[in-house]
Ligand binder design. Structure first.
Ligand SMILES: Cc1ncc(COP(=O)(O)O)c(C=O)c1O
Length: 392
């Protein structure tokens, strides 16, 4: 009964383990959740208040399909102010989360059989979206010795006559790597030489702990024309449940995506857009974000310090996002971290995400978007779990 497409889509591995952890919690088990893909703090109150006000004022009807004009303008202004990028509001669209921005863009760019290069480890949804669009995901395996970043050599090897797109995610989920301007320049050169497009997923832009964030689109007018920026309010302002993301790119592509969106979700939720507008424009936002980032940096330092002292583990220092991606040395590269994560959850009641879903068996993703005492307890349980037996 199911279509070939429906049969080919995998369940998100991040959601699978979180569901199991929630079930255990319901049964009264004291679970330490280190699997979350969202900040642990609540949405700042001034943002909530803007949405409450929108509801009181009757902003309860459909908005234009591409989002409220004020919000498209605010996102364009943000890109100008923070990233030095000139986009008109018509070159920006608002979607139901950055995931939906990505989905729209991949659907509107990818022809059946065209290849999309995805540096691995990668965020779980990219390959599934490419498959849904009829494209072919091509994985470019990145090395821990390169901090899991795509090198020019690896990129060149993967480009064929069928390549349409490259997806760059900096800071990265799951590895936490952050590309420098120099690294992006080399990638941009190859993109331009080969006439392909780049999706730059910048959803963790604010979560950078060393150096600063740089968007590949800021390199030159030429690469900007070949780039589609994806961003949103989920991670930066603790607004994951609000489902507001945005994309910026050429007007032709953005208009096509809006048409597609008009036949799927109609528009992103009206009062959630009002909250996102406040997040992008309020003078209170900068402090709210920097307070959160400071906490994340402390946690990152703690967890990296602890993991790097543990013998059974090999770990690269993440420079951004809120994940750390250690390799469990006793595991082979062929996919036993699912078993590891399942046993760790069953025996020690700690939820982490197995690396397979990110294209990297042998690794686990630990999220430090959790209170420090929980992270500490999680680390103690990991030490005890690894110390108990040979976990191959
Ligand atoms: C790399 C990456 N891109 C995009 C998203 C989607 O974010 P949103 O909540 O705005 O849909 C996520 C969420 O986990 C992510 O990790």
């Amino acid at each position: 009964m199911l279509s070939k497409l429906a049969k080919s889509i995998n369940l998100s591995s991040t959601l699978a383990i979180s569901a199991r952890a929630k079930k255990l919690e319901k049964e009264g088990v004291d679970v330490i959740g280190l699997s979350a893909g969202e900040p642990d703090s609540d949405t700042p109150d001034f943002i909530k208040e803007a949405a409450r006000k929108a509801l009181r004022d009757g902003l309860t009807k459909y908005t234009p399909a591409g989002g409220m004009p004020e919000l498209r303008k605010a996102a364009a202004e943000k890109l100008k102010k923070e990233n030095g990028l000139n986009y008109s509001p018509q070159e920006v669209m608002i979607n139901c989360g950055a995931k939906h921005s990505l989905f729209n863009v991949i659907m509107c760019l990818t022809e059946k059989g065209e290849e999309v290069i995805i540096p691995s480890p990668y965020w779980v949804s990219y390959p599934e979206m490419v498959k849904a669009a009829g494209g072919v995901p091509v994985f470019a395996d990145c090395l821990s010795s390169d901090s899991f970043k795509l090198t020019p050599e690896i990129l060149r090897e993967k480009i064929t006559g069928r390549t349409k797109l490259l997806i760059i995610n900096s800071p990265s989920n799951p590895s936490g790597c952050v590309y420098t301007k120099e690294e992006l320049s080399k990638i941009a050169e190859i993109v331009l030489e080969n006439d392909i497009y780049v999706i730059s997923d910048e959803i963790y832009e604010k979560h950078v702990y060393e150096g600063s964030f740089f968007s590949i689109a800021s390199l030159s007018e030429e690469i900007k024309k070949r780039t589609i920026i994806i961003n949103g309010v989920s991670k930066a302002y603790s607004m994951t449940g609000w489902r507001i993301g945005y994309a910026a790119g050429g007007e032709k592509l953005i208009s096509a995506c809006i048409k597609l969106q008009s036949h799927s979700t109609s528009n992103p939720t009206s009062f959630a857009q009002a909250g996102a507008l406040e997040a992008l424009t309020s003078d209170k936002s900068e402090k709210a974000v920097s307070d959160m980032i400071e906490k994340f940096k402390e946690r990152r330092d703690y967890i990296y310090g602890e993991l790097s002292k543990m013998n059974p583990i090999e770990v690269t220092k993440p420079r951004g996002a809120f994940y750390i991606f250690p390799r469990i040395k006793s595991l082979t590269h062929t996919g036993s971290s699912t078993e590891f994560a399942n046993k760790f959850l069953e025996e020690k009641h700690v939820a982490v995400i197995p690396g397979e879903g990110f294209g990297a068996g042998g690794y686990i993703r630990i999220s430090y978007a959790a209170q420090t005492d929980l992270i500490k307890e999680g680390i103690e349980r990991l030490k005890s779990f690894l110390g108990e037996k040979d976990r191959v």
